[in-house]
Design a protein around this ligand. Structure first.
Ligand SMILES: Cc1ncc(COP(=O)(O)O)c(C=O)c1O
Length: 337
């Protein structure tokens, strides 16, 4: 039977794949009017080699690196901008301003370019050249803050610019913005339910702004309160898991609500980094360190279930690609003959 025929369902090792896999295999390539329509609907990939360590338990990862801006933050940025437009907060002439040099900055830049919304990002002047170049490539205006004051200095400067001229700017503050978690409530969670055929039993996601874990957990719990939703945090204030926060030593994001999740997994940086290496070598997935941390947490959960002889369908998130973290990457615009 051909994959395009109705009723086609792929089999993996003689076992019928879940409904979502059959659906994806049948889907036609999309033709869209704008790059922003490519945000979301990311594939779910099974980590079949890692499953050898947890017999009886399925391990799946949501490929957020497949978003057009390259990370999970595309979802939040698009929803934040769409909701702001709907409220009338982004009329012509108003610029979106934020203080991020990471994935959110790239996501705002990509969505802003596609929808014709001017973007200004404030970042410390010592941010790596590639970080500046990627956002600048989208036409984003970059304002540099004092390198000695780090990311807090960039936040203070962005807020001062908004206070000085409030009519000119829209300041989304993703840490307090409800649209952030709603992107995952309406997108990520629904997709996971569809892709697992509603069989998901556990969800694991690292906490940054907490948009991913808050929004996805709320919807999964509404679907079935028995689904266990686990937030993951670095186990130390000084950590190397970019994108994640150690909440006890940080400013708590206003959208973070501990009562939404069932438990927290505390993970050492090394475990996340080692798992990112293993994902590339053993699963062919070259992803960033927060993705490694998420899979390490999900594997812990899967092993515990397997050791107790309990079945499970554990789902986690691959936030971005590993090549985003190559330091000296330079965009070669001119050929050298
Ligand atoms: C690489 C990476 N991983 C994880 C996260 C955390 O996602 P969230 O902000 O939805 O908690 C972020 C957020 O910026 C990120 O950039």
């Amino acid at each position: 039977m051909s994959p395009s025929e109705p009723g086609f369902a792929p089999r993996i090792d003689g076992v019928d794949a879940p409904a979502g896999v059959a659906l994806a295999a049948r889907a036609r390539p999309r033709a869209v009017d704008s790059v922003v329509e490519l945000v979301g609907n990311t594939p779910l990939v099974r980590l079949r080699w890692f499953e050898a360590a947890c017999p009886g338990v399925e391990l799946w990862a949501k490929c957020e690196f497949a978003n057009p801006g390259g990370s999970v933050k595309d979802r939040a940025a698009l929803r934040i901008i769409r909701d702001a437009q709907a409220r009338g907060d982004l009329p012509p002439g108003v610029r979106l301003i934020d203080s991020t040099s990471g994935n959110t900055g790239i996501a705002y830049s990509m969505v802003g370019a596609a929808l014709g919304i001017p973007i200004t990002l404030v970042m410390p002047s010592n941010v790596s050249e590639p970080r500046k170049q990627v956002t600048a490539a989208f036409g984003t205006e970059i304002v540099f803050s004092d390198p000695l004051e780090g990311s807090d200095g960039a936040i203070v400067m962005a807020r001062a610019m908004v206070d000085a001229d409030p009519e000119r700017w829209y300041y989304p503050n993703q840490y307090a913005n409800e649209s952030n978690w709603r992107a995952h409530y309406d997108g990520t969670a629904r997709e996971i339910l569809a892709q697992t055929g509603g069989r998901v039993t556990h969800f694991v996601a690292g906490v940054g702004t907490s948009g991913t874990i808050m929004g996805t957990s709320r919807r999964l719990h509404e679907h079935d309160r028995r689904i266990r939703c686990l937030g993951l945090q670095p186990d130390d204030a000084m950590h190397g898991l970019e994108g994640l926060k150690h909440i006890p030593s940080s400013l708590v994001p206003p959208i973070y609500d501990e009562s939404v999740i069932d438990d927290t997994i505390w993970l050492p940086t090394d475990e996340g980094w080692d798992m990112a290496d293993r994902l590339a070598r053993e699963e062919g997935l070259f992803v960033g360190h927060s993705s490694g941390a998420n899979v390490a947490g999900a594997l812990r959960v899967a092993r515990e279930l397997s050791a107790r002889g309990e079945p499970g369908v554990v789902v986690t998130v691959l936030c971005d690609r590993g090549d985003r973290y190559f330091a000296p990457l330079e965009w070669e615009k001119h050929y050298v003959w």
